[in-house]
Design a protein around this ligand. Sequence first.
Ligand code: C2E
Ligand code: MG
Ligand code: MG
Ligand code: MG
Length: 281
Amino acid sequence: ASKLAHLIERFEQPEAGDEPVEGEELDAAAIRAAIAERRIEPFFQPQVTFTNGQLISVEALARLRGEDGEIVCPNRFIGVAEREGLIDAITEAVLVQACEWKRRWVREGLHSKVAVNMSMRNLGRVDAADRYLGIVRDCGVDPREVVLELTESSVMEEAASSLHVLARLRLKGFGLSIDDFGTGYSSLSQLSQIPFTELKVDRSLVSGSPRHPRKRAVIEASLDLARKLNLGVVAEGVETVDEWQMLAELGCTYAQGYLIGKPTAGAELPDAIARWRRPER
Ligand code: C2E
Ligand code: MG
Ligand code: MG
Ligand code: MG
């Protein structure tokens, strides 16, 4: 593990991070209004297996619909919501809608888990695990069909206090995923104490990895670690066939990224999946 800690380092580069921040952060009042008016909605991005390209899960990504109908990306409101005590309402709105969509897709013959992003702030209350369990069950969804994603960096900062909440969520069947792996300050001992089921290799590592031996080395080390901890591995931000092929050869389990599909509205997901074809060898 110490060799790994050494390998896992930050890759800071202009392309790292998520969608470019278009515009400034919203203010708390605007976010409060959007919550009250139900203008928070998830888009969905598919995750597929490398082996046969089959849909396995969809990640719910929060969007805020502005008053003029424009779509606002999460980097303009999640941080504010966390600071202003609004993140529980957002997580709940995303989780409920993700479960509702999941049930609708099943009726259309599309079977998929759903993955929802959580903030550590969501886990602060002692009854947090039972609240989320209640929400999912009220929607008629089995918690084993739901994966909760937590960013590596947030977990490392606060794990001790929320460890029991995470353990209880896992006990109740939720999958637990380490998001943006490779960008946080990894404490491997801490990682081993949380009952994670999955690791998501960050896009900054995946991007350009076929031409970047050091990124490839970190991905390989992450896959090794995942195998030893019995975790599934999702590669984030797969954009090219070269990336797909390299990751497949390395034995990565799941792919997510623009190559497979961009985040889309729930109503459009079945068509988007139907259009998707696994790259030929
Ligand atoms: P994330 O969980 O790592 O989600 C992946 C982000 O990468 C998404 O941006 C997605 O649109 C983008 N992405 C996926 N594939 C590709 C690709 O191939 N190329 C490129 N260039 N980008 C790709 P998005 O939707 O803007 O979300 C940004 C971040 O906001 C998420 O990162 C997540 O940390 C956070 N977030 C989103 N929804 C929620 C939520 O409901 N609650 C919380 N707490 N955070 C959320
Ligand atoms: Mg995520
Ligand atoms: Mg991620
Ligand atoms: Mg990311």
